[in-house]
Design a protein around this ligand. Structure first.
Ligand SMILES: Nc1nc2c(ncn2[C@@H]2O[C@H](COP(=O)(O)OP(=O)(O)OP(=O)(O)O)[C@@H](O)[C@H]2O)c(=O)[nH]1
Length: 158
């Protein structure tokens, strides 16, 4: 967790709740934009002079864990999208712990840095309110570009 500046009364605190991604965050994989988004979030908080970057463990592969994510990547490479058929959820992440951590450090209302509207509902409750969304538009990755330009394989969407 990076906490830049003072939280004071916890109002309008810029927050990024980042799901762990070993391949993207640590190794800079171009299969997803996680690494770029993390770097951008840290930079935006630094520039704002105040904010929180919360790095959530247990979220790897959108909650299906690293091993299954790597299996998904292999299936992608073979041109198959079978993870849902194998019984995995499209998004198994739980934001309860993240919400409690934010509450603990006295965040109350926050503009949230995300491109995913599902995070809004996940972080409600525990006395927290999401009062706006700040898009996290990071440099496009090679694989995402492939997706935009017509590949059938959504790089992160299963
Ligand atoms: N299941 C699955 N998860 C992936 C894949 N590629 C990256 N991830 C994971 O997806 C998580 C990030 O989810 P994203 O959909 O990129 O973004 P988000 O967190 O929902 O939304 P943002 O706040 O906009 O970043 C990380 O935990 C990554 O490890 C993939 O191909 N399949």
């Amino acid at each position: 967790m990076q906490d830049g500046g003072s939280i004071e009364y916890g109002q309008d605190i810029l927050v990024r709740v980042h799901s762990e991604c070993l391949t993207g965050d640590i190794f800079g994989s171009a299969r997803c934009d996680c690494g770029n988004q993390l770097a951008l979030a840290v930079q935006v908080v630094e520039q704002a002079g105040r904010g929180v970057v919360l790095y959530l463990h247990g979220h790897e592969g959108r909650g299906i864990d690293l091993g299954h994510k790597l299996m998904a990547y292999n299936l992608q490479d073979q041109g198959q999208i079978q993870l849902l058929e194998l019984g995995f959820s499209a998004d198994a992440r739980d934001y309860g712990i993240g919400a409690q951590i934010l509450r603990d450090i006295r965040v109350r209302t926050m503009p949230l840095m995300t491109n995913n509207p599902a995070k809004f509902t996940g972080l409600k409750g525990y006395g927290l309110a999401v009062v706006g969304r700040v898009p996290v538009i990071s440099p496009i990755t090679r694989n995402k570009m492939g997706h935009i330009y017509g590949s059938d394989l959504s790089y992160c969407k299963f």
